[in-house]
Design a protein. Structure first.
Length: 276
């Protein structure tokens, strides 16, 4: 890829910018007196995005763009995320007939979820983004869980099993083209989730492995519906769909700026702090 000098109004730091005159994403190396030095181009409308989701027991990798999801690989192999992820990326690239160098951005699930799984996905996504000099887009696992229910006519409760009797959860409502989060993500005991459901007094559909694990406890206290088993984990398919829309709005960050959403300290840290 050659270097190109593009004239833009204002000053720009090193990073990524959408160039309206060319309708594409530019990787800016540095500003000059005459413009900005661009060392990479990606068509904004036809940008290909690699999505990596490892925040739960499911390892999910997808490739997508303006045409939707072009390739998807998903498997649940316990906690073997590290040894599964790279072959999964290679497989989905072959499935979609896409070369690594064709990506315009890397999207990743930033959590909340399993601490080890999140670290595997984030580390791999950051390494690829830095090596390919691409921007990154981080999306919450709870957002990904709720997105497939975007046509629901009721409040959506996205619930992920946090173990130790706790869940990660947030509430959403359907809006044109997607969903809107109406509460901040939190980590709390299941009883707190039940109390929130009762306090809302609304018709609610619960989705996620946390909702399914504690289904009896929830259903015994409040009337609500539960989404089917096949949407119990976040998937990389909605990840690339949501990421593509955000890329067109320039909602990306540099790899070194990407931060996980833990909501709770790692189990090892909790265990150490509680030792007498």
């Amino acid at each position: 890829m050659g270097r190109t000098l593009v004239r833009l109004l204002g000053s720009f730091e090193r990073g990524y910018r959408l160039i309206p005159s060319r309708m594409c994403l530019a990787r800016v190396e540095r500003s000059t007196a005459h413009g900005v030095l661009v060392v990479g181009w990606h068509n904004g409308c036809h940008m290909l995005i690699l999505g990596i989701e490892t925040a739960t027991p499911l390892v999910s990798v997808a490739i997508g763009g303006h045409e939707g999801v072009l390739g998807l690989f998903e498997t649940s192999r316990g906690r073997r995320h590290a040894e599964t992820l790279v072959p999964a990326i290679e497989f989905v690239c072959k499935q979609a007939d896409v070369q690594i160098g064709e990506f315009g951005a890397i999207a990743v699930d930033v959590g909340p979820g399993l601490f080890t799984g999140m670290r595997v996905g984030l580390a791999a996504a950051k390494a690829m983004a830095q090596a390919l000099r691409l921007p990154m887009i981080g999306i919450s696992s709870l957002d990904l869980l709720s997105f497939p229910l975007r046509h629901a006519d009721r409040t959506i409760a996205a619930v992920i099993d946090a173990r130790k009797g706790e869940v990660f959860y947030a509430f959403y409502r359907a809006v044109p083209g997607g969903v809107q989060r109406v509460t901040e993500p939190c980590c709390a005991p299941v009883d707190d989730l039940v109390a929130d459901l009762i306090a809302r007094g609304q018709n609610v559909v619960c989705v996620g492995d946390g909702a399914l694990r504690y289904r009896e406890q929830i259903a015994s206290c409040v009337h609500c519906d539960f989404a089917e088993q096949f949407v119990q984990y976040p998937s990389a398919a909605p990840l690339v769909q949501l990421a593509h829309a955000r890329a067109l709005r320039e909602e990306w960050v540099n790899p070194w700026e990407m931060q996980p959403l833990y909501l709770r300290a790692p189990d090892a840290q909790i265990n150490w702090s509680t030792r007498s």
